[in-house]
Design a protein around this ligand. Structure first.
Ligand SMILES: [Zn+2]
Length: 150
């Protein structure tokens, strides 16, 4: 079985995980970080862009900012969606206030905006707050995954 490439969202190390071990909370070989924690993780732009280029699993990116009320309201919904789809997509958050250049590079005009990216390209995006069920349906539909652990 072909291993699944997952870069560590903490240290950036590329890890190869046997596909049948994805459910066992695989850890980074360098820093020990949980590679599939089933919850959103804050990322820095460099780490995010490497992961989008190199990972075999899609990334669901929440572009948000601390001052944005709808973003804060959606945060628990995003976390619930991450828990439901935790083994088939990785959910990350990028703080557009801390990293405005990255938001500009992704062409983010309003927040919250969710972007699904894989294999170096954007698959889909949606702006505006969504409930967890809408997020999971959208991500599952756009990534073709049926691995819902609801
Ligand atoms: Zn690591």
């Amino acid at each position: 079985m072909k291993p699944v490439r997952l870069s560590c969202l903490a240290c950036g190390q590329m890890n190869r995980v046997p596909a049948d071990r994805l459910h066992d909370h695989p850890r980074c070989g360098v820093c020990g970080e949980d590679l599939l924690p089933g919850k959103p993780r804050e990322v820095e732009p460099g780490t995010l862009e490497r992961a989008i280029r190199n990972d075999d699993l899609p990334l669901v990116i929440d572009f948000w900012a601390p001052w944005c009320g709808p973003c804060r309201m959606m945060a628990p919904e995003f976390a619930r969606a991450a828990a439901m789809l935790g083994n088939s997509a990785r959910f990350v958050k990028l703080d557009t206030q801390a990293f405005p250049q990255s938001a500009a590079r992704f062409g983010i005009r309003g927040i919250p905006t969710l972007v699904i990216a894989k294999s170096g390209r954007e698959i889909a995006r949606r702006s505006g707050a969504m409930p967890a069920s809408a997020i999971t349906d959208w991500v599952a539909g756009r990534t073709g995954t049926r691995d819902r652990v609801a």
